[in-house]
Design a protein around this ligand. Structure first.
Ligand code: ZN
Length: 181
């Protein structure tokens, strides 16, 4: 397993739409393993393939990666709950919840985002088996955030237009400075 590079705003790969996965082979399994390793290394609770430069409808999630008590344990004792969603699609959404969101691809910025509190998601496993699952609260929010990535959208795209413009301009400036430093 290896840790992959996470692309950050304003990299164009983050604004592109991911394509459905058609081949459920060892290459896909390896990409999912590497994405999990990358997510653990970066301390995120979810990662979409776009973020590592792969336009594939593939998401990895581990909600426990946010649990501070869990993170304080030595690595071998940590209890991980990795989840993998291939070709996820939103089948139903209801309720409303507001969460302070962050993103491994949006450096040093968080914002409150309103999303559905409960979703039903259809997806495939790494073996290509079709599944359906109901998710609530943080799990639902995380999946919606990651599915946005697959559509080429970031959580900052949910901000009101003026604020979004200001934030994007500021983030682009910071990225440019970081590059030239
Ligand atoms: Zn993200």
């Amino acid at each position: 397993m290896s840790v992959l590079q996470v692309f950050t705003f304003p990299h164009p790969v983050l604004t592109q739409e991911a394509k459905p996965v058609a081949r459920f082979d060892s290459e896909l399994k390896q990409l999912a393993d590497n994405m999990l390793e990358t997510m653990y290394a970066e301390g995120g609770i979810g990662l979409a393939a776009n973020q590592v430069g792969q336009l594939k409808r593939l998401i990895v999630v581990d909600l426990r990666n946010e649990d501070q008590e869990e993170l304080a344990k030595p690595r071998p004792e940590r209890h991980r709950e990795p989840r993998i969603f291939v070709n996820p699609s939103l089948l139903d959404a209801s309720g409303e919840t507001v969460t302070e969101e962050a993103c491994l691809s949006v450096v040093d910025f968080t914002a409150e985002v309103k999303r559905a509190q409960r979703i039903v998601v259809g997806y495939q496993t790494l073996a290509g088996e079709a599944r359906e699952e109901t998710l609530e609260d943080l799990a639902a929010v995380c999946l919606q955030h990651e599915m946005d990535h697959l559509a080429g959208k970031l959580f900052i795209d949910h901000l009101p237009p003026l604020k979004r413009q200001i934030v994007k301009r500021r983030l682009a400036k910071i990225a440019k400075l970081a590059k030239s430093a």
